[in-house]
Write a protein that binds this ligand. Structure first.
Ligand code: FAD
Ligand code: SF4
Length: 469
């Protein structure tokens, strides 16, 4: 096929549930390509020699190669190529911000002068992972080395580290504080974006290859990190404890009944299945009018979850404009379709309560955009005297997360930066001998693929360390 013919193939639309229907259920919004759509979308790839998409991918997947195989209908082979670099393609195909990574520099999008017409790399990745993962044989595990590794946390950084280390023949135990493993993939990202059965399958694979997954185990309380090395016989430790400490606005009224951190709200909804009326053991606040403070992916997830939990009106309150919003465009688009209101250039100044101490309104201020700040975005400047009241019964604060302080408080040997993130070298090694770290605990709140990439890098370094013992 010539380049001209490839460029003439229309970009394939992702089938999705009707917005009016999906706002009332938790099922996945995007339904996935058909085999023919996957083949057609992959055929749009120009097979560029320089492959700028590969340099945009944090784990350097050989994108033209997997797309070439998918274009020929060789979906299982395409999945094999992806899995050489990424262990979680069904997850990354769904939640990676491809538009700012591999798809951003795509030659096709540039030639057609529209970034939205870049090859839908993530959508093809999702298709081949969904179609062929069940047929994959279990990864081969090398003979036992007699070495023991503890992996703390069970998010994508830890899943990747545990898988690689187990395959090298080391005995790996994952310690997870929650009752269910998977990290943000299970307690944060909602079912309607990432079905939990997909995460369960990855954890199941870990168990089947021999990883021991211990839940309800809070390292720092149940056992100290140091105990694992000095008393429990572990030769090395990987820390992937993430960034689970919610930030608050520190405004009046944040302690009223009906104010939640997005973390708590999403954990109740996703991990504790609060949407499963009559069956969920942990209840959730019933809301009619909800304000979500923030403009990132977490804010979109909280707002769209509130809608599905029965709220009649959900407003995102964001102090910059839509253009500066850090959330993925696709998520904003889906939220708009579902009827979420966007109150941009507004910020909460205080939260007002009734005589029972329950939220009754948010007082907002209007903002204009001034000069660019350190993040490269124009900074919001409040307009004096622009106070207005937004009547709500629930406020969800979604302005970001810091790293969990428990391990650094109970392990003074670990070097941290001013934000409380672990300081590591290029291999992920911390200042404490025998301890590596990766993912959000190092990067601050980042992405699934970056966490996974760091887990793999640290696993390679731990394997070298164990081999030299
Ligand atoms: P986590 O996934 O945070 O996992 C850490 C695990 O460690 C948790 O299970 C925690 O319970 C456990 N733990 C913590 N302390 C201890 C301890 N002391 N002992 C034992 N266990 C412990 N990224 C994307 O790429 N795309 C998205 O669309 C996206 N959406 C997001 C939506 C939400 C709501 C959130 C919160 C994040 C989102 N992210 C997204 C970010 C992404 O999920 C994270 O960057 C990624 O999960 C980080 O992985 P991790 O392995 O470092 O840690
Ligand atoms: Fe294909 Fe785009 Fe990558 Fe070129 S940049 S190889 S067109 S996916």
């Amino acid at each position: 096929m010539t380049a001209k013919e490839r460029m003439a193939i229309p970009a394939q639309d992702m089938p999705a549930q009707d917005p009016l229907v999906r706002g009332k259920n938790m099922k996945e919004v995007a339904l996935g390509f058909t085999a023919e759509q996957a083949r057609l979308e992959a055929s749009r790839c120009l097979q560029c020699k320089t492959a700028p998409c590969v340099s945009g991918c944090p784990v350097s997947i050989d994108i033209p190669r997997f797309l070439g195989l998918a274009a020929d209908g060789k979906f299982a082979d395409a999945l094999g190529v992806i899995r050489q670099a990424s262990l979680l393609p069904a997850i990354c195909g769904r939640v990676c911000p491809q538009e700012s990574q591999c798809q951003a520099p795509c030659t096709l999008g540039k030639s057609l002068k529209n970034p939205l017409l870049a090859v839908g790399i993530g959508r093809v990745e999702r298709y081949v992972a969904d179609a062929c993962s069940a047929d994959l044989p279990l990864p081969r595990v090398k003979p036992a080395t007699g070495r023991k590794v503890a992996v703390i946390g069970s998010g994508p950084a830890s899943i990747a580290a545990a898988a690689d280390l187990c395959q090298e023949g080391h005995a790996v135990t994952v310690f997870e504080a929650f009752h269910k493993p998977g990290g943000v993939l299970v307690y944060g990202i909602p079912e309607f974006r990432l079905p939990k059965a997909i995460v369960d399958r990855e954890i199941d694979t870990l168990r089947k290859i021999g990883v021991d997954v211990q839940t309800n185990f809070l390292v720092g309380r149940t056992r100290k990190l140091k105990d694992l090395l000095t008393q429990d016989g572990y030769d090395a430790v990987f820390v992937g404890t993430g960034a689970g400490l919610p930030k608050f606005m520190h405004i009046d009224g944040e302690n009223l009944v009906g104010v939640f951190s997005a973390n708590e709200y999403l954990t109740r909804c996703n991990l504790m299945k609060a949407y499963d009326d009559g069956r969920a053991a942990t209840p959730i606040y019933r809301s009619k009018k909800v304000a979500v403070l923030g403009g990132g992916n977490v804010a979109m997830d909280a707002a769209r979850s509130a809608l599905r939990l029965g709220a009649e009106e959900v407003s995102i309150v964001y102090r910059r404009s839509l253009e500066e919003m850090p959330a993925r465009q696709e998520e904003v688009h889906h939220a708009v379709e579902e009827g979420i209101r966007f109150l941009t250039l507004k910020n909460a100044q205080r939260i007002l309560g009734d005589d029972q101490g329950r939220v009754k309104a948010v007082e907002t201020l209007t903002y204009v955009l001034g000069e660019k700040d350190a993040s490269g975005r124009r900074s919001p400047v409040a307009v004096p005297g622009s106070e207005a009241l937004l009547e709500v019964d629930t406020v969800i604060v979604a302005i970001g997360n810091d790293s969990n302080p428990l391990l650094r408080q109970t392990t003074p040997e670990l070097g941290v930066n001013k934000n409380g993130n672990f300081v590591v070298n290029e291999d992920g090694q911390t200042s404490m001998p025998g301890v590596w770290a990766g993912g959000d605990i190092v990067l601050g709140a980042a992405t699934v693929i970056l966490a996974m990439g760091q887990g793999r890098k640290a696993a390679a370094a731990i394997h070298r360390f164990l081999t030299a013992l």
